[in-house]
Structure formats: structure tokens, C-alpha cells
Unconditional design. Structure first.
Length: 504
């Protein structure tokens, strides 16, 4: 059958399905060559899903942006089938498109996300998009082989199908972009239910990516998104039979919801990373690194330094170096004023102590906003505030995500590690140490048991920014996959040839 006829059949099938379900026929456009058999089987599969779940069939002309979660999932499933036919070359093309467009549109998209969410720093929003090129892609996947007296065994990393993903408001387009690279490099399609506070910018990026991917590959909806996400759309996405795997990057509530769906979930949860500084560390280097990490995007990073435990003998020197390097220290009165503004306190039940909750109006805000609440006039260019606190202070206990850092004195390595464990809450996310004592590093690393453990550097070094490694905005701590990469989104399949193909 000619290519023209194949395209004609595809348009007729899509139009007929749309009319059967009360929709309007989509405009006819050129599509890439696809076999009639695959079109028919895909259409039948979508129609079958419609009967079972009440979803609409995948429609043309959406470029990944849908109102309905079931329709988005069906469209992603169809695109997954197309990606299978087009092979690894199409995966590489998608990876190339996403990385190049993220870099090209970094300033515009960074501004759009900043204007929508009103948190973080514009320069860092832009930078987080420009470094998408550091996210690993197709080349990360390599088969494993075994050869012996009885032949050859090959294990390959193959796709699940459609991945249902949730992205946070803190890094909406960067997380979405990195997820697309990883997920499609592994051969999957993806449906996003973005955080409502950053849904518009996410939909903008998805549409732009899909338009370019369609032009280059003929696949229109490889990354789909629900334009107006809700908990109901999240539930519908999770229930759709085409969605085989979940990826959730967000807070405890959505992680818990994903893990209760009955489907395999890869969950990137919260963190409250502690920092321990001892008397063997270079105080100037430690101060610079701590400021760099804690101030990045106004401390929105889940890996960002959130509290510091400093050995008593060097605490004053460390804080002096922080002041020398541009951080501003608050006195006790100013700290109290900021604490009252940055937290709300609900009386404990049963006579317990009042529980602090972060005031969302302060999350990701500039230091000047915090300084105003504390009654402080800041020098221009100040990136971070800090103050000395007790170990049980709300700024230590809560994942506060503000450009403020509490400094707690400890008398020994043992106390520093114990305090770090308490503050980290068993998230097993990230911990940081500044020390030249290998035994201290080993002790803390073993005790905290975190996914990321950074020594003598800023937190970003754990993701290849200033240290060796690779980048991902989804660090799966609750479910144990760690820093996600293309292999995270694959199944391992084994192919065995018995007594043959050995060449020695």
C-alpha cells in the first residue's frame, strides 16, 4: 500500500472514532508513514479502553495538551506504539529536541515559570533549563550479555509503555523536561499531571516540545499533559490501563497517594538536608559552599542545605566566614520576628507542644522579603540570611525552603550525627559534610544512609554540578531508585540462545 493511502486510512480511522464518540473530526494533516495494521490495532486498543473506562479516543491536533486524563493517556499510548515502530533513532531525536529547546527557550520559559509561581530566583530558573543537556539519554542504556559453554544470554532494558508523572511547582519545566528525556530515551511515552500552581508553564513547554517532535518524527503526543490538573485527574491518570508506571516528584501527600494506587510508583519525596562542619574543614570553602547551595533558587532545591550543625570550636569562625562571603546574620530578636512570620503554630493536641507549619507566603521568596519580616535592612546582593538557633527550632525541624539557614552548635561528631539524623527525619534524601577527616565522613555517611552524600562541596555537586555525576530533577528516595535516569524507566528482559552464537 502506498504511503499516501496509509495516511488516508489513518485520517479516516481517527475521524470515524471522533464522530462515534460525539467529537468533531480532526483536521487532516500529513502524518508519517505507519502501517495500516498498526493504525487499526492502535485504534481498536483506544476504542476498547474507551468502552472500559469512559475515555475518549486519542484525537489529532492536541500536541500533547488535553483536558481529560483518559484522553491524554490514550493519546500517549498511541504515541508509544509509534515510537516502538520508529525505533531508537526516534528516541534520540526526541532527546535532541528537548535538550535544544530547553536551552533555546530558557530565558522565556524561566520568566514564564517565575511569573506563574512567584517563587525562587529568575536567574536560577533560567539556569535550570540550560543544564537539561546534562540529563542522560539513550546512550545510558546498554544491554548486558553473558557467554558460556551453553550459548549466549542477552539482557536488555525495554520500556513499560506509558508513564504517569507528577511534577512540582518548585521546578516545573525543568523537572518535566528532564523526565521526558529519561522516559522517552527508555522507549516510553509520558502523561503529566503537573502541580496546579505551575500548570500553565508546563503545558506551554509540552506543546512546544510536541510540535517540534511531530515535525521531526511524525509522533504528536509523546509527552501529554492535563491542562487543568486536579486530584481527580491524577486519580484518573493512575487508573488508566495504559499507564503502567508512575513517577511522582512532590511532597508527602502526593507520594503517599501514588504508593496507594496499586501500581509501581517511583517517588521523589521531601528532604531536609543537614550539614555537619568539623574543625578539620576549610572554613572559607565550607562557608562559600553552604551559601551557594542554600541560596540556590532561594533554597527550593530538595537537596539544598537546610540546617547546619557546626562543631562548637569552629562555629564562630564559620559564621564569620559566612558574613565575609555575603550572608547576613540575624540576632535573636530578628530571628524571633522572622520565625513568627515564617511559621504558623497550631496548638498541640492532648496538651502537647504547638506544632509549626511553614507559611507558604515565604517559601522561595527573596531574602529581602524575609529581612523585612525580621526588621532588617539588607545590603544589595544579599543571597542568604542565617542565625544561631537551638536544635529543636522550627527552622531546623521543618523543610522550610527559604533563603535562611539555622546554625546549631554541637560538641562532638557523635552529637552532630545524632542531630543530623533527627533533622533529616529518615527521608534518606541528602546529607552534607565539610571535613578532611575520612573517619568522620565514613561515620556520618553510614549513619545518615542518604541517597546523596556530599563531602566538601555545595549540594548541587551531588547532581553533577561542581562534582562528578549526572543530572536529574527527580531523586527517588522513598522508593529507593535514587537519582533517576533512563534505566529507571525500563523492564529487564532476557533473551537466551542455547548452545550457539559463541565464537570461541
Amino acid at each position: 500500500m502506498s504511503t499516501i493511502n496509509e495516511s488516508l486510512v489513518r485520517d479516516i480511522v481517527a475521524e470515524a472514532l471522533a464522530r462515534l464518540n460525539g467529537g468533531t473530526p480532526a483536521p487532516k494533516r500529513e502524518t508519517s508513514p505507519v502501517s495500516v495494521a498498526s493504525v487499526s490495532s492502535s485504534a481498536q486498543a483506544c476504542n476498547c479502553e474507551h468502552k472500559k473506562s469512559g475515555s475518549s479516543p486519542a484525537l489529532r491536533g492536541k500536541y500533547g495538551v488535553f483536558q481529560d486524563a483518559n484522553e491524554a493517556s490514550a493519546a500517549a499510548h498511541e504515541s508509544f506504539r509509534q515510537l516502538q515502530e520508529k525505533g531508537v533513532a526516534a528516541r534520540r531525536k526526541v532527546e535532541e529536541i528537548v535538550k535544544s529547546l530547553a536551552d533555546k527557550n530558557a530565558e522565556q520559559w524561566g520568566r514564564v515559570e517565575f511569573d506563574e509561581t512567584k517563587i525562587g530566583r529568575l536567574d536560577h530558573k533560567i539556569e535550570k533549563l540550560k543544564i537539561i543537556k546534562l540529563v542522560p539519554g539513550v546512550d545510558w542504556l546498554r544491554p548486558d550479555a553473558r557467554s558460556g559453554d551453553h550459548g549466549i544470554t542477552l539482557e536488555e532494558y525495554t520500556p513499560f509503555g506509558v508513564v504517569g508523572a507528577v511534577t512540582p511547582s518548585t521546578h516545573s519545566i525543568p523537572t518535566l523536561s528532564g523526565n521526558i528525556v529519561n522516559i522517552v530515551a527508555a522507549g516510553n511515552a509520558v502523561v503529566f499531571n503537573a502541580h496546579p500552581a505551575a500548570a500553565r508553564c508546563a503545558a506551554l513547554a509540552v506543546r512546544t516540545y510536541n510540535e517540534a517532535i511531530y515535525r521531526e518524527t511524525g509522533i504528536e503526543n509523546i509527552a501529554c499533559i492535563i491542562e487543568k490538573p486536579t486530584m481527580e485527574s491524577f486519580a484518573a491518570m493512575c487508573k488508566h490501563e495504559a499507564v503502567r508506571l508512575l513517577l511522582v516528584t512532590g511532597g508527602p501527600a502526593v507520594v503517599k497517594a501514588a504508593m496507594q494506587t496499586g501500581k509501581r510508583a517511583i517517588c521523589a519525596g521531601p528532604g531536609n538536608p543537614p550539614v555537619y562542619v568539623d574543625d578539620t574543614a576549610c572554613m572559607k570553602r565550607a562557608a562559600k559552599a553552604i551559601i551557594t547551595g542554600a541560596a540556590y533558587d532561594n533554597n527550593l532545591l530538595c537537596i539544598g542545605e537546610k540546617e547546619v550543625f557546626a562543631l562548637d570550636s569552629i562555629a564562630d569562625k564559620l559564621m564569620a566566614e559566612m558574613e565575609q562571603n555575603g550572608a547576613v546574620r540575624l540576632n535573636s530578636r530578628q530571628l524571633d520576628a522572622l520565625t513568627r512570620a515564617a511559621f504558623t503554630f497550631k496548638e498541640g493536641q492532648g496538651g502537647g507542644c504547638a506544632h509549626a507549619s511553614v507559611n507558604r507566603d515565604f517559601i522561595g521568596k527573596d531574602p529581602s522579603v524575609l529581612a523585612s519580616a525580621a526588621g532588617v535592612n539588607l545590603p544589595a546582593g544579599t543571597q542568604l540570611l542565617f542565625a544561631e538557633t537551638e536544635a529543636n527550632h522550627p527552622f531546623v525541624i521543618e523543610e522550610q525552603m527559604m533563603p535562611f539557614l539555622p546554625i546549631v552548635r554541637v560538641k562532638s561528631l557523635e552529637e552532630g550525627v545524632a542531630r543530623s539524623i533527627e533533622a533529616e527525619h529518615g527521608y534518606k534524601h541528602t546529607a552534607i559534610i565539610h571535613s578532611h577527616d575520612v573517619e568522620a565522613m565514613t561515620t556520618m555517611g553510614r549513619a545518615l544512609d542518604t541517597t546523596l552524600f556530599i563531602k566538601n562541596g555545595a549540594c548541587m555537586a551531588g547532581l553533577g554540578l561542581g562534582g562528578e555525576g549526572y543530572l536529574s530533577y527527580s531523586i527517588a528516595t522513598p522508593t529507593g531508585e535514587g537519582v533517576t535516569n533512563p534505566r529507571t524507566f525500563t523492564r529487564v528482559r532476557r533473551c537466551v540462545m542455547v548452545d550457539n552464537l559463541r565464537i570461541y
